[in-house]
Design a protein around this ligand. Structure first.
Ligand SMILES: [Zn+2]
Length: 399
């Protein structure tokens, strides 16, 4: 995409420009950041040719981004085929960082990711959060956020925002958890309780997991259905590179799609939900194993050893997952399904059942089923990277 010709006249100081040129300048700063982030290190001339601006215009933008601590100059770029070598630009590893946090049913985790995508600090705590009041849980989370914030600030980094992944429905205001059945939360305003000093975003863990796959996964298309499971099962649909959130923001509750309408009662108030057949606890129960930390490792070990009860539990889980996904595929026609979270580690046993059900039940040629390499880290990394993306999308706002 090339910019209109007047974009090249954007001045060095945004303050002197009228609104339309301010908007153009901000968009061009974002284009420079995204280009260097995706293709760097690059010279100013290379950036200019890639985004269709003059080298002088790009130099002005680059100078501003260097002053803001968002870009850095390396040594001279290796000579190209045309022109003199320029100094190579790279995304700064010393500027803003995104703080991501995850509230899980049995853990809390926080990490910091810099603009290059490197994790600069992280911490986590195993804690039973089911049925726990939000206040003490969020006080624990605030402690972890402060620890990570202190760690990165000691390195001279600057937290730009906090994004929290939760296993529940999040209102469009991006800080209220309307309902989290596995935590027992209703209308919990995380913004009020956490009161962070940083700009706050809260989103469903499945949404952040899908965004992590979109931004960090290798080869995910721009249209896919991402399915992840821990205790609960969530899904998120990415269409043309953006989340499809639904009218209230609650889309993707695949775990509460009924697989057997007369099945066992579910925490959501329904019966026979997918989660009761393919959620981690349901699979452990069917396999005759007690719930607890590290149980997915135990499931994979026993399945690899040929334990008949475990293999039967995984077969039933994969079949239930395939039935629920059949509805999603027939309705939404995604290009691919990506299995993430704990599902990715159980994929060798789940995948044949899922593909079998989809093959039998879907119309048309079906869609591919891929396995995420990000696994259970998706929601936490997706949360942190959402802050990083916001900086790349509007570097002037982060300066
Ligand atoms: Zn349910």
């Amino acid at each position: 995409m090339s910019a209109p010709p007047h974009a090249t006249r954007a001045g060095a100081s945004g303050a002197r420009l009228p609104d339309t040129q301010q908007g153009m300048r901000r968009r061009n700063l974002a284009r420079v950041m995204h280009t260097v982030a995706a293709r760097g290190p690059l010279s100013r001339a290379s950036v200019a040719s890639r985004i269709g601006l003059t080298r002088a215009a790009v130099s002005t933008l680059v100078d501003e981004l260097i002053r803001s601590g968002l870009l850095e100059e390396l040594g001279p770029e290796r000579p190209g085929r045309v022109g003199r070598p320029g100094s190579a630009l790279t995304i700064s590893g010393r500027g803003p960082v995104g703080i991501g946090a995850e509230v899980g049913v049995d853990h809390l985790a926080v990490c910091a990711v810099d603009l290059r995508g490197d994790v600069r600090a992280r911490t986590s705590r195993r804690v039973g959060n089911r049925g726990r009041a939000p206040e003490p849980m969020l006080a624990d989370l605030a402690d972890l956020v402060h620890k990570v914030t202190r760690d990165v600030e000691r390195e001279g980094l600057r937290p730009a925002g906090l994004a929290v992944a939760v296993p529940g429905l999040v209102a469009r205001d991006s800080h209220t958890v309307v309902r989290a059945p596995n935590l027992g939360w209703h209308d919990t305003d995380i913004g009020e309780l956490l009161a962070p000093e940083l700009p706050l975003t809260v989103d469903n863990e499945a949404n952040f997991g899908a965004l992590a796959e979109l931004w960090l996964g290798d080869g995910a298309p721009d249209d896919f259905l991402h399915v992840s499971a821990e205790i609960g099962i969530g899904a998120a649909l990415v269409v043309e590179g953006a989340l499809l959130r639904g009218s209230r923001g609650f889309a993707g509750e695949l775990g509460h799609v009924p697989v057997r309408p007369d099945g066992p009662a579910c925490a959501c108030g329904g019966r026979g939900c997918l989660e009761r057949y393919a959620g981690e606890e349901a699979v452990l129960r069917a396999a005759g194993l007690p719930p607890g930390p590290g149980r997915v490792d135990l499931l994979t070990e026993r399945a690899a050893a040929g334990d008949a009860r475990v293999l039967g539990a995984l077969h039933d889980a994969g079949t239930a997952l395939g039935i629920a996904l059949t509805g999603a595929v027939n309705l939404l026609d995604p290009r691919a399904i990506v299995l993430g979270g704990a599902l990715s580690r159980l994929a060798p046993w789940l995948l044949p059942c899922v593909e079998g059900e989809l093959g039998q039940r879907t119309t048309g040629p079906g869609c591919t089923v891929a396995v995420s390499r990000i696994g259970s880290e998706g929601p936490l990394l997706g949360a942190a990277h959402s802050v990083v993306r916001a900086v790349l999308d509007d570097p002037a706002g982060a300066a």
